[in-house]
Each structure stands twice: as structure tokens, then as C-alpha cells.
Design a protein around this ligand. Sequence first.
Ligand SMILES: [Zn+2]
Length: 90
Amino acid sequence: MFKLLIYAVFLYVIYRLLTGSRKKKPVGSGSGGQGAGEISIHDQLVEDPVCHIYIPKRQAIVLHDTDTPVFFCSEQCRKIYCDSREIKLS
Ligand SMILES: [Zn+2]
């Protein structure tokens, strides 16, 4: 009789865990694709010095011909930046 009570409580706990995790699932599978650990590093935002918008680092166009790498939203912005500073692209 006592064992049956423990068994019932055990089932109830499992039931609660299952229903609880179902509610949390849609929140986790929100942002796009790939490994979760990878996203947090590569989705770091960088500012485009030409049009001043923020782009994810992995999507940015990088200019290495400066002291520190400069990130741009497009080739066009990189060209404007280079033209204004007389940087020749390698
Ligand atoms: Zn730009």
C-alpha cells in the first residue's frame, strides 16, 4: 500500500516535469539555425563607421588594411571608407 503511494507521487513528478518542459520549448528554439554556443560569439554586433548601423560580426565585411579591423555592412560602405581615408584595398 505504501509503495503504491510512492509510485503515484513518482508518476506525478514525471508528469509535472514533462508538462513543464513542453511550455519552455518554444522559447529555446527561437533564433536561427546552428549550434547554440556558436551563435553567442559570432552574433556579436559591430558598428559600421560609414552608415553607423550595427551588423552581426559574421555577416560584416572586414577591412584589415587598418591598425584594427574595421567592419562594414556592405562593400559599398567599405569603399566609401577607404576612399575617404585614401586606403588602397589589397
Ligand atoms: Zn554601411
